[in-house]
Design a protein. Structure first.
Length: 164
């Protein structure tokens, strides 16, 4: 082997090492970029999962508020209509009414009582509460026997609507 052939082999060997080293550098850059992208994607997924979990948790709380009318009674007294609705709270959160509507008309003259007629502030879980409203007009659905709509809007911004 002469000097030219040896020099050619050394040069050729270095050329092979450079190609391997270049491939390793490119692989490391690719792995680093993928790791950064995957980490960002994982953080984004984690925050979305947290917000979904929070929404579900809030939804479960709202599902825990379940009011059901048990009976209702109406009586027309001159130009007024007295309405009593007995409501049972099957949920596990109390409901404090903010507004009561009868046939989409707001009612200012209403009160909550227990079954003995004692005033209460909220419809408590596992208890029956009466809503006693006196509408300053004759509710036409009561006269016609076709019924009327009662809407209760809670202090927690949840609406309950019943056709009675």
């Amino acid at each position: 082997m002469n000097f030219a052939e040896t020099r050619h082999l050394i040069k050729r060997g270095r050329l092979g090492a450079s190609e391997v080293l270049g491939a390793l550098i490119i692989a490391m850059i690719t792995i680093a970029a993928f790791t950064a992208y995957a980490g960002n994607l994982l953080n984004q997924t984690k925050s979305e999962t947290t917000s979904i979990t929070e929404a579900l948790r809030k939804g479960i709380i709202k599902q825990g508020q379940l009011l059901t009318p048990l009976y209702h009674w109406e009586n027309v007294e001159g130009t007024q209509t007295r309405i009593e609705v007995s409501i049972y709270n099957y949920g596990y959160s109390e409901v404090k009414p903010s507004f009561i509507f009868i046939d989409a008309r707001p009612q200012d003259n209403y009160r909550l009582t227990d079954l003995d007629g004692n005033p209460v502030q909220a419809i408590k879980p596992g208890e029956t509460t009466k809503i006693v409203a006196v509408a300053p007009y004759v509710v036409q659905g009561v006269l016609s026997g076709k019924g009327y709509e009662l809407a209760l809007f809670g202090a927690d911004s949840i609406a309950y609507v019943w056709w009675l």
